[in-house]
Design a protein around this ligand. Structure first.
Ligand code: NAD
Ligand code: ZN
Length: 275
């Protein structure tokens, strides 16, 4: 027999009732939150993640090798051919409710920093200002020899003119997207700022990350050492679930809608419809 629910009951509340109520209480009380986000915050914008058991890009070993740091050095043309397949969803993507929720928290003065492992730029597009991009951004690039900077549009133009891989117009060096590839080191300055931010916050939201890519996955541990509570929302379990105050395994869109409704927040720009 099906359980009866009142017409007003939110679809999520039956399975996650307790965690959601505690999440709302924590979010209401917090005054200097930090969010750590991963590819799972952008899957609802149509950008595939790496490690979902279904549809994650890392299920394709060739892709993983081509897109690594040594893949770029050894076979730059193949690297760019693979990148070209990944670009269309990035160009089409619009911020999700969760991106807007974080931008709204910052605007309200409740959240100081978004630390993201994503390269898609959707946090800034949603209005977040203080964003630490641990893995860089696909929207910029540079020459690996003379370090001249290129915009994404400049790279696109070169590719449209069949220049593959694109080369620097000054020195003919290879142009590399400003993205931290598998095998690259993280920019030390960004990691230092992120570590400081998680130590100083009063609640760390971990949203849509498998928490297996180091050193980003170390940040929840740094927060815990400073006595900061963790709120984890992810479809699948993470290695930090047992250390978190609150863990909710649910799609982020549903979580953010619920939080937005309960806290009376607007989760999309005026005139636009939410994702
Ligand atoms: P990941 O792929 O390792 O993990 C993503 C997690 O998000 C998974 O555990 C999955 O269960 C969860 N998830 C997927 N959709 C979700 C949803 N709708 N709601 C809640 N949870 C959801 O991602 P990661 O931890 O960020 O590490 C992957 C690396 O890949 C990062 O370094 C990042 O640079 C890169 N990456 C970025 C993008 C992007 O910019 N959007 C996309 C793919 C990969
Ligand atoms: Zn150059």
């Amino acid at each position: 027999m099906e359980e009866m629910t009142s017409a007003k009951e939110h679809p999520m509340t039956r399975s996650h009732d307790d965690e959601l109520n505690r999440a709302v209480a924590h979010l209401n009380g917090a005054t200097r939150m930090v969010a750590l986000t991963g590819a799972g915050i952008s899957t609802e914008a149509g950008i595939p993640d790496f490690r979902s058991s279904e549809g994650g890009l890392w299920n394709d070993l060739h892709l993983m090798v081509s897109l690594s740091s040594w893949g770029f050095r050894l076979a730059p043309e193949r690297f760019y051919r693979q990148v070209l397949k990944l670009i269309p969803p990035l160009l089409k993507a619009q911020p999700t409710r969760t991106h807007y929720l974080l931008a709204e928290f910052e605007r309200m003065g409740k959240l100081t920093t978004v630390i993201t492992q994503n390269i898609d730029g959707l946090h800034q597009q949603a209005g977040s200002r203080n964003v630490i991009e641990l893995h860089g951004t696909y929207r910029r690039a540079h020459c690996i020899d003379c370090h001249h900077a290129y915009t994404f549009e400049e790279i696109q133009n070169k590719i449209h003119q069949q220049e593959l891989p694109p080369r620097c117009h000054r020195c003919q060096g290879l142009i590399k997207p400003d993205v931290v590839l598998f095998g690259d080191l993280l920019p030390p300055e960004a990691l230092a700022r992120a570590t400081q931010a998680v130590r100083e916050c009063d609640l760390l939201l971990v949203l849509g990350s498998s928490l297996v890519v180091y050193p980003a996955a170390d940040l929840p541990q740094r927060a815990r050492e400073a006595g900061v509570p963790l709120l984890i929302v992810n479809l699948e379990p993470t290695p930090y679930d047992r250390h978190a105050e609150i863990v909710i395994h649910t799609p982020l869109g549903e979580f953010s809608q619920f939080i937005g409704d309960r806290m009376g927040l607007k989760l999309h720009p005026p005139g636009a419809s939410p994702q």
